[in-house]
Design a protein around this ligand. Structure first.
Ligand SMILES: [Zn+2]
Length: 347
């Protein structure tokens, strides 16, 4: 069987349905793709654009899109004149009527070189009602060989009249199994991590939270090992607290934390989320955890430290986190955090 949209993960039914429609020349002139960020909305839009213009569209022995022909490569590279993307400006809350009108007019110009022109509107829910109405006009009578694709996180904010003139595709977050399979197939680091430390690998998959975009980032930036290492640092620090470590013991654990403000702040946040997990687990052994991959792992560590001490340490870390965001000197901050944690650990 022909494979459709090999660049997209999961979403089997959607891939087959749209792939076959493109092949048969029966795709609707407009789509509304809805789903949380990182669920692959933009990827699907790019794949549809490539499939429509792929030079191997009629070749049933090739995947659709092929990913290798001139059109596919230029579309993936964002370098194709007949695929246009409209999005709101970063500093604006909404997408106004004027850019949408310009976009609409462009649809009526003849195509530069290809069979299909694709118009993608990202964060379509940010369009003002006036802008949505301007778009509605073209959705009622679209020019031939134009495909309009709207991407939205919150489809409730899209006018019903627009929804009724588009084909809706729901994208869902990926389950952990799909994400981990993808990571293992794409990344050598992921394979090594899974072979050496299954729990840490599971933690990484969980921290991607079903978002393929984030998982890709974790691999792309080679953060895999770093994030596994950081989890170790956090757990070691909590252990030191449980063992009522000396100032030097806690300082040694803290000195492994990053020294750059932004990274330190992120690490303190994760430390807080680990401490919150432990507190929650104290009262409900089966509760869902955020930092720990499994409730069991949290429960094991939980036995080493009292609730009272957890709360005191949490307060000390939260204060340090606050100071971090207020530009306090980082090394002073670490020293005072160290004394405060030591006090908390010994009360
Ligand atoms: Zn192609």
């Amino acid at each position: 069987m022909r494979s459709y949209f090999p660049g997209l993960l999961g979403n089997e039914d959607t891939r087959n349905r749209i792939g076959r429609a493109i092949e048969a020349g029966t795709i609707p002139h407009a789509f509304l793709i809805g789903g949380p960020s990182g669920s692959g909305k933009s990827t699907l839009a790019t794949e549809i654009a490539a499939a429509l213009n792929c030079e191997k569209k009629a070749d049933m022995s090739s995947p659709l899109p092929c990913g290798r022909c001139n059109a596919c490569r230029r579309i993936y590279g964002g370098n194709y004149p007949d695929v246009k993307i409209l999005e709101k400006k970063k500093d604006k809350a909404t997408l106004g009527v004027d850019p949408v009108k310009d976009f609409r007019e462009d649809m009526f110009l003849s195509s530069t070189e290809s069979e299909h022109k694709i118009y993608i509107i990202d964060d379509a829910e940010s369009m003002t009602p006036e802008a949505q109405n301007a778009l509605l006009k073209v959705l009622e009578e679209p020019p031939a060989s134009v495909t309009i694709i709207l991407l939205a996180k919150e489809c409730d904010r899209i006018l019903t009249t627009i929804k009724s003139r588009t084909q809706y595709i729901a994208m869902s977050r990926f389950d952990d199994k799909t994400l981990s399979e993808w990571l293992l197939s794409e990344s050598a680091e992921a394979r090594t991590l899974k072979a050496t430390d299954k729990a840490k690998f599971a933690g990484l998959v969980m921290s991607a939270d079903g978002r393929l975009g984030l998982a890709k980032q974790l691999v792309g930036k080679r953060l895999l090992d770093e994030s596994a290492e950081e989890r170790g640092e956090i757990i070691d620090l909590i252990r030191a607290v449980g063992q009522k470590a000396s100032y030097a013991g806690i300082y040694a654990a803290l000195s492994r934390f990053p020294t750059k403000r932004v990274e330190l702040s992120a690490s303190l946040e994760r430390l807080m989320s680990a401490l919150r997990d432990l507190l929650v687990i104290k009262y409900d052994e089966g509760a869902a955890t955020v930092f720990f991959p499994t409730a069991e792992e949290a429960a094991r560590l939980c036995g080493e430290i009292s609730a009272k001490r957890l709360v005191a340490v949490y307060d000390a870390v939260s204060e340090a986190h606050e100071l971090c965001s207020r530009n306090a000197n980082v090394s002073n901050l670490i020293s005072s955090l160290c004394s405060n944690i030591r006090m908390a650990a010994n009360n």
